[in-house]
Ligand binder design. Structure first.
Ligand code: 8GT
Length: 135
């Protein structure tokens, strides 16, 4: 539980790397945080590991397979009506063609452009840490 009894939602997200590019997805108009950019992923379900969650969500949302590599620092972020613990993993792209099930668009982005996107607020520290690590 977080402040004032608001539960914390654990969300695992993937920084998916392929040949020096990283995969970003843009939330669609009818999702929460419309049109903001994020690293694909989703809510951790009971009984699954973070890696299992990430592989499942990315297959469901994008139809590609990935391999989680390194866990970065989780970010605790308070949105007006909920608290999120965003748990980032670097991942390698393994195969498949991106097919969007929920998002409005995606881009493979070079590291130097990551700062130019309008991110979900919880992602901002993740982007900073990732860039500090050198990608
Ligand atoms: N997948 C993902 N979600 C993120 C990121 N950053 C961030 O704040 N979130 C938030 O974490 C939640 C993830 O939920 P989700 O993707 O599994 O499901 P959803 O949007 O259908 O859930 P919702 O309808 O409850 O908003 C959303 O509220 C989303 O806005 C991120 O980088 N990746």
């Amino acid at each position: 539980m977080g402040e004032a009894g608001i539960p914390t939602t654990k969300v695992v997200c993937g920084i998916i790397e392929r040949d020096g590019y990283v995969l970003l997805t843009q939330r669609s108009k009818n999702m929460s945080q419309p049109l903001l950019w994020e690293f694909p992923g989703g809510k951790l379900e009971a009984g699954e590991s973070e890696a299992e969650c990430l592989e499942r969500e990315i297959l469901e949302e994008l139809n590609i397979s990935i391999l989680p590599l390194q866990r970065l620092t989780p970010v605790l972020h308070k949105y007006p009506d909920f608290i999120i613990e965003l748990i980032p993993y670097t991942c390698s792209y393994q195969g498949g063609t991106v097919c969007l099930m929920e998002h409005t668009s995606y881009e493979w982005v070079p590291l130097q452009d990551l700062k130019d996107y309008e991110w979900c607020p919880a992602d901002v520290p993740v982007v900073e840490e990732y860039l500090q690590l050198g990608g």
